[in-house]
Design a protein around this ligand. Sequence first.
Ligand code: AHR
Length: 609
Amino acid sequence: ARLLVDASQGRLIPETLFGIFFEEINHAGAGGLWAELVSNRGFEAGGQNIPSNIDPWAIIGNDSSLIVSTDRSSCFERNKVALRMEVLCDSQGTNICPVGGVGVYNPGYWGMGIKQGKTYKVVFYIRSLGSVNILVSLTSSNGLQTLATSNIIASASDVSNWTRVETLLEAKETNPNARLQLTTSRKGVIWFDQVSAMPLDTYKGHGFRNVLFQMLADLKPRFLRFPGGCFVEGEWLRNAFRWKASVGPWENRAGHFGDVWMYWTDDGLGYFEFLQVGISHTDEVDTSAVLPFVQEALDGIEFARGDANSTWGSVRAAMGHPDPFDLRYVAVGNEDCPKKNYRGNYLKFYDAIKRAYPDIGIISNCDGSSSPLDHKADFYDFHIYTSANDMFSKTHKFDHTSRTGPKAFVSEYAVTGNDAGTGSLLAALAEGGFLIGLEKNSDVVAMASYAPLFVNANDRRWKPDAIVFNSAQLYGTPSYWVQQFFRESSGATLLNATLLTNSSSSIVASAISWEDSENAKSYLRIKANMILQVVNLGSSSVNLKVSVDGLGPNSIKLSGSTKTQLTSTNLKDENSFMEPNKVVPSLTLLENAAKDMDVVISPYSFTSF
Ligand code: AHR
């Protein structure tokens, strides 16, 4: 096969071509990226009615030592449920409390990942009829080993009204399966509400779990699509994500049950937190009644972009961010194009948003890749979940799309089903082929993001996913690593590259160049880079004869040129907690780098050089 590259000609790839799509699915946020360790911190997950289900909180003690119940006495207006703990035993007298006391514990999301030497901030609210002596501790899953502890002592007058308690716990041991305990050996009645435990050290102090956030940062994403996906609208509208309920002080957020992916979220990771880093399934709102929803969207945009004196901008400012966020696009709905009321409702959103914010790009749910949209839009959303062969062939999907009109936002793509398992090399290679096609068609494709991004291995609601984690471990699937090959693409120049091959179905290639400013501190060095990306989905290696024309005499540094390859022994190979690096890119020197060179492309590989 031959690859002819003309480096003197090219076209700019959009600055925002490759980004990420974050959805609250698979515990991506609650029990994932959001570093909160306590699950159901406000005791509302069982519903607003009492008695409520406090799961996963559990009781330490028995009927003769304490009675745990819920009532609606919380000081937080939006979430009135509080935990009531009536302690029947004492440190002296006839009913002596067991060693360590009685109380409640929270195991977090399948165990809390506690690390030796790290500090955890525990905050909660209490009220009591008498004085209190509470032991706050991080322990092993059975409560027998104490990892960190703190004693909260307060007089009756200090806690007769709801009182905020904050304490720091430094872990003296590592345990991936820890729990938070609130215990006492003093008789009396104590109410608890809004119990939070978070590592002090989160990404930029914004509350994100460092290692997971770093995986995202390493992709150098140019945009973030959020919060869904199906999560945003819910199976039923009553369970949709309501942004207004997810901003302001965390203690006053009611949380909600995500009825598509079927789990509770405390909404600690809310609209504001998303910004620090865009109809429901079953019921439809009639177009004649949609205006309140349009107003809610306008308020949401004002929250992100309004100045600090505007109604909703001032709420953002009060949360510590007076400057507006860079919100540029709004998608109306998610996969809703076939719905009866979609077009009517969409146009109401479109007109109102454009009137107030003419620069915001509006994204329609209808597919404009094959025929023009029948309504106004700046972008159209395109989702694809398919087999490996089909995904690979979709490298040509946008070749014949009209070059005028709204551009595509490929906001969800992935190989699924048997080809993918929980994240195979095969899936990643096919996606790599598709992404090369997007790069080449980036005059009509404006943005692209893989889906879903995260999965907590304890609760897979969807497979495969890009990043797999539990309370203490994580790894990228091959699909994650393929995305890393496109880190330099956004804003680069797509060079004219012609692939001449008689096995065109199994190999695709592209060439880009970009400028990289480094060491800006003392001087500015501009270096021209060029990258050739090749996917070989065939079963034999290909000798690729590469010829690069149009390079200035000194514009290519041949010595030290490298080749990065993603491959493995078996197409269905996957990474795992046991073998997190089984399928990861490997870097070698490109020995014979030259304007004309032969490069061996291994079978079943993604290669860049
Ligand atoms: O990415 C998983 C789901 O797939 C998204 O929530 C939805 O948009 C699509 O159906």
